[in-house]
Design a binder for this molecule. Structure first.
Ligand code: AMP
Ligand code: MN
Ligand code: MN
Ligand code: MN
Length: 308
């Protein structure tokens, strides 16, 4: 079993990297990719505790994971005023083009948090910056801000915090000035990685605009698309597989795990890849073959035999 999309407490996940890996091990995962929002700190923290790691290898040998840990990230990009997420897989986390981009993105996150704090203060809510300063993350997200609003009793749950305060129509909404596709994809490629569009059906786009967005992603050099992920409408699976075929994209799969409390997005909870994109599955990609050199052991269980 593989999972190529997960978060730790260095972005908006709940678990420390070692706890995330322990969970993956318990669930029997062979390969796991950590893909924090605009951060690769999980790998820096693990390499400090893992002498086996060669400095620039994007595959870490980790006890408990039969295959290994793949170094990745999830970059927030802007496209026509919308936020689109691009995964980078098998990246060299020390590559300077990548680390420069992450420094910029994390600074954008800090500036946005300051602006949101000011808007909240104007509405009588104080203490956001002090709260954020206590967290282990280096990529501050609105998910943390939603936790703050819930913990302080200003919102009854996270969804409410997004609707009333942090979402596009919320009172404290601030537009983020994320990088464009091209910059994210170039940095991922410079770092030797594969760029995959994250959760394509979670963006609210009309069908023609969605097609334009995918075409722009491909023109910018995008390599792959997440075809299988948790919460994916089964009807969309075949559609995404067709899109991969049409655009010559590779297909990736990952749960987008954030927290053990989100049982519907647990590690490894992904739909089988449709047979239509079996030959485009990421484990056939030259970069996978270069670093891993073989298919995942459970590849047969990760592919739907008769299409879907
Ligand atoms: P950011 O990247 O800082 O803009 O924050 C976006 C993150 O907040 C996403 O990656 C989700 O984890 C989370 N998020 C976004 N919208 C919602 C929502 N409506 N309810 C709960 N969490 C959300
Ligand atoms: Mn998130
Ligand atoms: Mn995402
Ligand atoms: Mn994610």
């Amino acid at each position: 079993m593989i999972d190529l999309h997960s978060h730790t407490h260095f972005s908006d996940g709940d678990l420390a990297p070692s706890d995330l890996i322990a969970r993956a091990s318990k669930l029997g995962l062979e390969y796991l990719a950590i893909t924090d929002h605009d951060s690769v700190s999980a790998f820096q923290s693990l390499s400090r505790n893992n002498a086996k790691r060669t400095e620039t290898s994007p595959l870490l040998t980790i006890s408990g994971l039969d295959g290994g840990l793949i170094s990745g990230l999830e970059v927030s990009c802007q496209w026509e005023g919308l936020e689109i997420h691009v995964l980078g897989l098998f990246v060299d986390v020390n590559n300077p083009v990548l680390t420069d981009l992450l420094t910029k993105q994390q600074e954008r996150r800090r500036q946005r948090a300051i602006a949101i704090d000011l808007k909240l203060q104007r509405n009588g809510i104080t203490g956001l910056s002090a709260y954020l300063g206590t967290l282990p993350c280096d990529a501050i997200s609105r998910s943390h801000m939603a936790d703050f609003l819930v913990e302080q009793g200003h919102s009854k749950n996270k969804q409410h915090a997004f609707t009333k305060w942090l979402g596009r129509k919320g009172k404290a909404y601030v537009v983020a000035d994320w990088c464009e596709f091209g910059e994210a994809i170039t940095a991922i490629h410079e770092a030797g990685g594969i760029a995959s569009m994250a959760h394509p059906d979670r963006y609210t786009l009309s069908r023609p605009r969605f097609r334009r967005m995918v075409a722009d992603f491909c023109d910018a050099g995008g390599d792959a698309m997440e075809v299988s992920y948790s919460n994916l409408n089964p009807g969309s699976l075949g559609h995404l597989a067709d899109l991969c075929e049409q655009h010559g994209l590779w297909a990736t799969a990952g749960s987008d795990f954030h927290s053990p409390s989100h049982h519907w997005m647990d590690l490894g909870k992904i739909r089988m890849m449709p047979a239509a994109c079996r030959d485009r599955a990421i484990w056939h990609h030259p970069v996978w073959q270069q670093h891993i050199g073989k298919l995942p052991a459970l590849v047969s269980t990760a592919v739907e035999p008769s299409g879907a």
